[in-house]
Write a protein that binds this ligand. Structure first.
Ligand SMILES: NC(=O)c1ccc[n+]([C@@H]2O[C@H](COP(=O)([O-])OP(=O)(O)OC[C@H]3O[C@@H](n4cnc5c(N)ncnc54)[C@H](OP(=O)(O)O)[C@@H]3O)[C@@H](O)[C@H]2O)c1
Length: 353
């Protein structure tokens, strides 16, 4: 392999600097992946703008980035599920370089038919969805499978067209739950393809009532409360999720993907912030290592959000982050007066090597 190169974060607001980097060595349960595509997440530009005062683990010069897809180049001594040459996507916190270390349980083996750029969009959003839906400390839903029987419960997943939500809808549906969700009307069709039974426009002044009515007579295991990227819009999302659970038979649990405090909780309600999967080896392995490779191969899982390649080479990462920061709502047919800007696209770099 050619010597490693990385896009370094050197300090708050400074553009990423592409230069040679040490080649990483995998620990026993890690692999080194030769990156072919990386995806950009909103948290990346947040780290660049705010730096270590908010993101305490940053110690510039350093490398960040969560989502990567590529080819396994080297495996640690205890790795059993992949070998050199395998195609994978994975979740890490040092993705923006050519040689990326990833823990074995955070790898998704991907089929030959899935382009790297389409696979790279999945890991972070997927990991939040997996944790919130299936972890025993959150909604604790039963796990997805290729032929799940109906669970007999209906789950509210707010924000189906977000990166996190589009994965959550697919996973919950694949676990046999009926899914009721929210999105802009332009994304209703997509949402149905993902597996939702009903979708409502979150801009509607009657969204709360519409959802309460849709849940009438149903039993709920709790809500996956997942607004868009703009924090000022989170309180009404949380309030609506609470109101739906309050009016519905079932568990009063809010799995909150947003860092916004949930406010006062009615008696008997629990809310908990969902962090991405990390040390949750058993759960991560069950979904990343077992369910997803089968579902992707069988064409029963849609890698979301849709990939948009903005350039090639590590130098393009800064441009991709700047573009994502500006928002691309017009491209998606957002209402011009919509208070939020965002996109289900992830900006990525095809063929970083
Ligand atoms: N806990 C964690 O570790 C973690 C990690 C990643 C993200 N997050 C959080 O998860 C949420 C989703 O993040 P993301 O990166 O998946 O988002 P994203 O992909 O950037 O979402 C963009 C989409 O959000 C939708 N949206 C905007 N406002 C909305 C609202 N009020 N209700 C429902 N949908 C709305 C829009 O869909 P339409 O086009 O349909 O309007 C837009 O296309 C954010 O709050 C983010 O902070 C948490």
């Amino acid at each position: 392999m050619a010597p490693n190169t990385a896009a370094f974060f050197t300090g708050v607001q400074a553009p990423l600097e592409v230069r040679p980097a040490d080649s990483p060595k995998p620990d026993a349960n890690e692999v080194v992946v030769k990156a072919k595509a990386v995806a950009i997440n909103p948290v990346d530009y947040a780290m660049q703008i705010m730096g270590p005062s908010v993101f305490k683990w940053l110690n510039p010069p350093c490398v960040f980035g969560e989502d990567v897809a590529g080819e396994v180049a080297e495996v640690g001594s205890a790795v059993t599920k992949v070998k050199a040459g395998d195609r994978v996507a994975g979740l890490t916190n040092t993705a923006f370089q050519h040689e990326v270390v990833i823990k074995e349980h955070l790898l998704i083996p991907i089929p030959a038919s899935l382009p790297y750029e389409n696979a790279a969009v999945m890991p972070l959003g997927l990991s939040v969805a997996v944790k919130g839906l299936f972890h025993k400390d959150f909604l604790n839903l039963r796990l997805p499978s290729l032929n799940a029987k109906p669970a007999g419960e209906t789950v509210l997943i707010w924000g189906a067209s977000t990166s996190v939500g589009s994965n959550a809808v697919q996973l919950a549906a694949a676990a046999g739950y009926e899914v009721i969700t929210t999105a802009s009307p332009a994304n209703f069709e997509l949402t149905k393809k993902l597996g939702a039974s009903q979708v409502f426009d979150y801009h509607s002044p009657t969204i709360k009532e519409d959802l309460i009515s849709a849940f009438r007579g149903k039993k709920s295991p709790g809500a996956f409360c997942n607004g868009g990227p703009a924090p000022p819009t989170h309180p009404p999302v949380i309030a609506a999720c609470k109101a739906v659970l309050q009016a519905t038979d079932g568990r009063k649990f809010l799995a909150l993907t947003m860092a916004t405090p949930p406010g006062e909780m009615p008696e008997g309600f629990i809310s908990k912030f969902v962090s991405p999967l990390e040390g949750d080896e058993e759960l991560a392995s069950a979904i990343f290592g077992e369910y997803l490779p089968q579902a992707l191969t069988a064409g029963k899982y849609m890698p979301t959000p849709k990939a948009k390649v903005v350039g090639h080479g590590l130098e393009s990462i800064q441009r991709a982050m700047d573009t994502l920061k500006q928002g691309v709502s017009v491209e998606r047919g957002h209402r011009p007066d919509a208070p939020l800007r965002g996109s289900p696209h992830r900006f990525l770099l095809g063929a970083v090597l």
